[in-house]
Every structure is written in structure tokens, then in C-alpha cells.
Design a protein. Structure first.
Length: 462
């Protein structure tokens, strides 16, 4: 039975999409004869904990928790997170903001989890020696997980698969807020070393894969794969389809940010209520996740307090129950530059819930799935009039008891199916261990020229 060392920061009891992706993969690869060994820090800080997920870890062969120097809780307070309420203040001003940005630029290299790297490498070497590991797998962000894996594969020559849930430099506003050139060059150098040393790389959307290939045309495309996020059908329960309320319920499961705002929905509701006031008490939007205070102010400005329910962060099981009881699910992909390339993990759980999806954001990877899979409707953020018309149409069908949908088969998005693709990558990595060091020497000298020539940064739009 081959053994795999899976390096991850996000693992139960932490919640979130990153946790569930690694957890589901680690559970399913057992059915293909692989024995997972998890490497993660002991005391992990995050805005969301989900102790119910801890019960699912029992099927994992071994979880190795290491020491780490992680001042994340202090940094979270600098972000303004209040995890007990689900409300946070991401925008600080004045000297506090400057100090926060300076700390992240100078010391968070590649990120604020760098204090785990020496401990993770030390523990990883011991685990590999004791358990005769055949393959290394890292899941990031945080990118520090990939740094640990890079050091381990250099030291042991064991093949390594890097799972990039986001591209390396997706969030320059966090780690290089001053746009300093030296920091950008540093990040590019570390990123390149990661890409070169990995035997295979996994991305979560075809658009992200295409972006990487475009930026690195001499990088072997055979090393780069797409395995999306997914859903586990066991996380859902089926409800009676009979209408149980006179209010149309829209659910958004996930965090909101200034760049992923509810404002297009609020504007659309304002248009709807102006033209059809009778619907003001016929629609409710439930928000499960972190919400910035700026969104609260928007809700008040549009006078939608009675239509919006803020539930805060919930355990995954409760979130899925909420999703199942909804009438329509809301997907907001946001306005940051890479929004066209990204596919929020919640989209696949929405698909698994078999509920219609109202999607708002740029046309891109998410909208393509919704369209091709016949899962709902997509609008761009400026199309408030069109969104209002769609909401009115949904309300009319809902009142008449005629809001019914049929969906395409979605089994390819189940984690059991996605794991088959992951196993293929694992097998290729073991069979074809590429000489990364030689490739690094041949291509690094042209790396910066290639990216400049293509005018290609990961934070740029497609």
C-alpha cells in the first residue's frame, strides 16, 4: 500500500473549503489503496472552527501535529475579525493600517504562516523516514505548505504534487500592499522554485490552468492539471419538496468582503420593491459566513434590514441544512481581478444541493459551469434591472407553486469521482519523477522575460 504525506494547514477542527477538500481527498484515496498521513500544526487559528468535521478524521490513518510559531490570532485582531459575531472590519486607517501593511510586506514571506516552515520540515523528515512515504502532497494556500513540501522533496527526492487552490500571488493586496518591486521579485522567485520542484501541479479551474500555461509557455503543460472542488452527497439530506413557507428564501453560504459585496442584490431589491411593493415581505436573504461592517452599512442604507438575516459562521452541517431549505442559492464571485478565473467552492455544494443558483459577477469560470450545467442564471453586477425582473418572475412562480427545476447529472463533481482524477496524478508523479533541478537551470534565466513579454500577472484579468 503506497503511503502519502499530506501537508495542510486547513484541517479539522478548522472549517472552510480548504479543510473539506483535503479531508475528502484523504478519506477517498484510502479506497484506492493509498495510506494518508496528515502533517499539520497543533494550534491553528482561523475565523471558523467546525468540530463536527473532527469526527470524520477517524478514518485517517495518522494525523501528525507539530509545533509552530503562528502569531495568526494577533494578525486576525489586526484584520478586525470578531469570530463570535461573524462581523469583521477589514479596512483600518492611519498608522494602524500602515503598520499592518508593513508587517505583512516585510515579515510574511510567503505568508503569515511562515513560522510553521522549520517545524514542518523537521517533522516531515522524521515522518518520511519512519513511515517510508512514497509521495508528498501539499495543499495551499497558505503557500507555506508548499515551501515545506519543496524542502522535503529536495531532501528526500520523493515526488511531490502541489495542489494550488488559489494561484500563488492571487492576493497581492495582502502581502505586498505597497506594490514594492523587491517583494514582487521575491514572491516570483519563491513561486518559481515551487513550480519547478513539484512533479505535478493541480489547479481548481481550467481558466487558472490556462493562465498559468500562458504565463509560463516553456513549462511542461503535462505537469499541470485541473481538479475542481466538489461536494460529498453524504453531506446532504433530502427534504419534502412541498412549499413550507410563504416567503421566498435566498441563501448565501460563505464570506462577504468589500470585493465580494451584496450591493448588486440590494440594488436589485430596491428596484423590485419600487415597482412591486407587495413583494417587500415576500422575500428573505439569509447570510451564513463572515460579513464586513461595510456590508451592514449598505444594508441599512438600502433599508433592507427586514429582508436580510445575518447568521454568522455556522458548522458545515448546519450550513448544508440551511442550503437544503432554501428556495434559491446566491453566488457572488466578486470584483477582484482574478474573479473570472476562480470557482468558489460553494458552487459545487450548491450543485449538490440541487437548488437553482442566482449568480452575480463577471463572466468567467463560474458562469460557464452554471450555464453548461443548467444550474440557474448569471448576471453581471451592473444588471440590476435584469436581476429585479428575474426575482419578480421567481416570486410569481413561487406564489403559484410552479417553481420547479430539473438539473443535469452532477456526479462528476462528487469528491469520489474527483479522487479518481487525483489518483491518476499521484500515479504519474511516482512513475515519471522529473529532474526539476535541470529544468530550473534551463528556464529560470528567461522566466522574468517571459512574464514581462506576456504582460502576465496572476492578479490580472483574463
Amino acid at each position: 500500500m503506497p503511503k502519502i504525506l499530506m501537508i495542510t494547514y486547513y484541517f479539522p477542527p478548522l472549517g472552510g473549503v480548504g479543510t473539506r477538500r483535503t479531508l475528502k481527498f484523504s478519506q477517498n484515496i484510502v479506497h484506492y489503496g493509498w495510506e494518508p498521513q496528515i502533517l499539520t500544526p497543533k494550534k491553528r487559528a482561523f475565523y471558523s472552527e467546525d468540530k463536527d468535521l473532527q469526527k470524520q478524521v477517524e478514518s485517517i490513518t495518522k494525523v501528525h501535529e507539530t509545533s509552530a510559531f503562528l502569531p495568526v490570532q494577533f494578525l486576525q485582531r489586526m484584520f478586525g475579525h470578531k469570530t463570535n459575531t461573524g462581523i469583521f472590519s477589514p479596512q483600518r486607517t492611519g498608522i494602524f493600517s500602515y503598520l499592518r501593511n508593513l508587517i505583512f510586506t516585510l515579515f510574511c514571506k510567503p505568508d503569515e504562516f511562515r513560522g510553521w516552515i522549520p517545524f514542518g520540515v523537521h517533522a516531515g523528515k522524521k515522518i518520511i523516514a519512519k513511515n517510508k512515504i512514497d509521495l508528498i502532497y501539499s495543499s495551499g494556500p497558505p503557500n507555506s505548505c508548499h515551501i515545506i513540501a519543496m524542502h522535503l522533496t529536495k531532501f528526500t527526492h520523493i515526488p511531490w504534487v502541489a495542489d494550488l487552490r488559489d494561484l500563488w500571488n492571487m492576493y497581492p493586496h495582502s502581502y505586498n500592499p505597497f506594490s514594492w518591486k523587491w517583494r514582487k521579485l521575491y514572491d516570483m522567485r519563491i513561486e518559481l522554485e515551487t513550480l519547478i520542484q513539484a512533479n505535478h501541479i493541480i489547479l481548481t479551474s481550467t481558466e487558472m490552468r490556462d493562465s498559468l500555461i500562458k504565463c509560463l509557455p516553456k513549462f511542461p503543460a503535462a505537469k499541470i492539471h485541473t481538479i475542481t472542488n466538489g461536494y460529498d452527497p453524504h453531506d446532504f439530506f433530502r427534504l419534502n419538496s412541498t412549499k413550507s413557507s410563504d416567503v421566498l428564501t435566498i441563501v448565501h453560504a460563505g464570506n462577504l468582503f468589500p470585493w465580494r459585496s451584496l450591493e448588486p442584490v440590494l440594488q436589485s431589491l430596491a428596484v423590485l420593491f419600487e415597482s412591486a411593493p407587495k413583494y417587500r415581505h415576500k422575500i428573505t436573504i439569509k447570510l451564513a459566513g463572515l460579513i464586513p461592517q461595510s456590508e451592514l452599512r449598505l444594508i441599512e442604507r438600502y433599508g433592507m434590514q427586514e429582508n436580510i438575516q445575518i447568521l454568522g459562521t455556522l458548522p458545515h452541517a448546519q450550513t448544508m441544512a440551511l442550503v437544503q431549505k432554501s428556495t434559491v442559492l446566491l453566488l457572488l464571485t466578486g470584483t477582484i481581478n482574478h474573479a473570472r478565473e476562480m470557482i468558489p467552492g460553494k458552487l459545487f455544494e450548491y450543485i449538490g444541493a440541487k437548488k437553482p443558483i442566482l449568480s452575480i459577477g463577471p463572466i468567467g469560470a463560474s458562469s460557464q459551469i452554471i450555464e453548461t450545467e443548467n444550474r440557474g442564471w448569471h448576471f453581471e453586477k451592473h444588471q440590476c434591472q435584469h436581476i429585479a425582473v428575474k426575482l419578480k418572475n421567481l416570486l410569481q412562480l413561487f406564489e403559484a407553486g410552479e417553481l420547479h427545476f430539473s438539473f443535469n447529472d452532477d456526479s462528476k463533481y462528487q469528491y469520489e469521482s474527483l479522487t479518481k482524477d487525483l489518483i491518476k496524478v499521484f500515479n504519474k508523479s511516482i512513475e515519471n519523477n522529473m529532474n526539476s533541478n535541470t529544468f530550473f537551470r534551463n528556464c529560470y534565466s528567461t522566466y522574468e522575460n517571459i512574464r514581462n513579454k506576456n504582460n502576465c500577472d496572476y492578479q490580472s484579468t483574463l
